[in-house]
Write a protein that binds this ligand. Structure first.
Ligand code: DGY
Length: 310
């Protein structure tokens, strides 16, 4: 029986399977543990079921000499120093695949919401400001027949592309992987009516969408980010929306995250921000919990994780 920690309360059945085999301690706080609290919680742990809000860095890894497995409750693993964990013989796993369609749904929902001004116009009704039908009221941008640029197409990018095809959109893809139909990022930014980000956060993608990239986009274009907040330079985006370099943005992820209510970005026009809910459906979060537990159980039994990260 190994000591395992789970860094947030998970209201899913999967934890029972972990409890059946191991000693499990769950962080009970409403907020994630601070780095110091995480270190205290993880002392003596052989397994960690971590969230994207936990920094599993060198310091934490060095403080946990017994650690054998880290199962992230996310597909993204930019919160984990995977190279160092691997060097230390610690298995790292994530939850790919199960959240693809759910996250793509949210990306497309943001695309539709921003282009057709759903959030602002619905808000005006609630404010009692629906005086009459206006010939030029709440004009937005058509989604059908527009060009959708997918940056960093992996599983989620391809799932968004399929939704776009259903709307009759022309799809452009950029990314490092070779493949037919790929264009350069510059070409994609210049030609797309919607740019949807689906790349992992790496040193190469941090700040990928800054002033220069925003200025290459059409003034009528809309940016959607369901990847990681740091892929977009928040100050550049605020400036770009205020100066009309682009027409709007829909963000599920932000930098900083969470985005405080007083953050200057929130004062920008034509911006819809939701609180990192891309994978947040009952079914998908349940499947993610099951996958994370499967990863931990396998590694603690000395077997390969079903969804390893290398
Ligand atoms: C992930 O899994 O990386 C998402 O950002 C959260 O589900």
């Amino acid at each position: 029986m190994a000591r395992c920690i789970v860094t947030r309360k998970l209201p899913f059945d999967a934890l029972e399977r972990l409890r059946a085999e191991h000693e499990v301690e769950v962080w009970r706080g409403a907020m994630p543990p601070s780095p110091a609290e995480l270190r205290g919680l993880a002392a003596g742990a052989e397994g960690i079921l971590s969230m994207l809000t936990d920094a599993i860095d060198r310091g934490l890894i060095d403080a946990c000499p017994e650690l054998r497995a880290v199962a992230n409750f996310a597909v993204g693993t930019d919160n984990i120093d995977v190279a160092y964990a691997t060097e230390r013989g610690i298995a790292v796993g994530n939850t790919p695949g199960v959240l693809t369609e759910t996250t793509a749904d949210l990306a497309f929902a943001l695309l539709l919401a921003v282009s057709r001004r759903i959030v602002e116009s619905a808000g005006s009704v609630r404010q009692g400001e629906w005086w009459t039908w206006e010939p030029a009221g709440w004009l937005g941008h058509d989604v059908h027949d527009a060009t959708l640029g997918i940056v960093g197409p992996g599983l989620i990018g391809e799932a968004v592309a399929r939704r776009g095809e259903g709307f009759g959109m022309r799809i452009l893809r950029s990314g490092r992987e070779p493949g037919s139909g790929r264009v350069s990022l510059e070409e994609l930014l210049a030609e797309s009516d919607f740019v949807s980000l689906h790349c992992p956060l790496t040193p190469e993608t941090r700040g990928l969408i800054g002033e220069a990239a925003l200025m290459q986009m059409k003034q009528s274009a809309i940016l959607i980010n369901t990847a990681r907040g740091e892929v977009v330079d928040s100050e550049a985006l605020r400036k770009g929306l205020e100066l009309g370099w682009i027409a709007g943005a829909g963000l599920d992820v932000t930098d900083p995250e969470p985005l405080p209510g007083y953050h200057p970005l929130l004062g920008a026009p034509n911006l819809t921000v939701v609180p990192h809910i891309g994978s947040a459906s009952h079914a998908t979060r349940g499947r993610m919990a099951a996958m994370a537990v499967d990863n931990l159980l396998a590694a603690l039994a000395g077997a390969p994780m079903p969804s390893p990260v290398r």
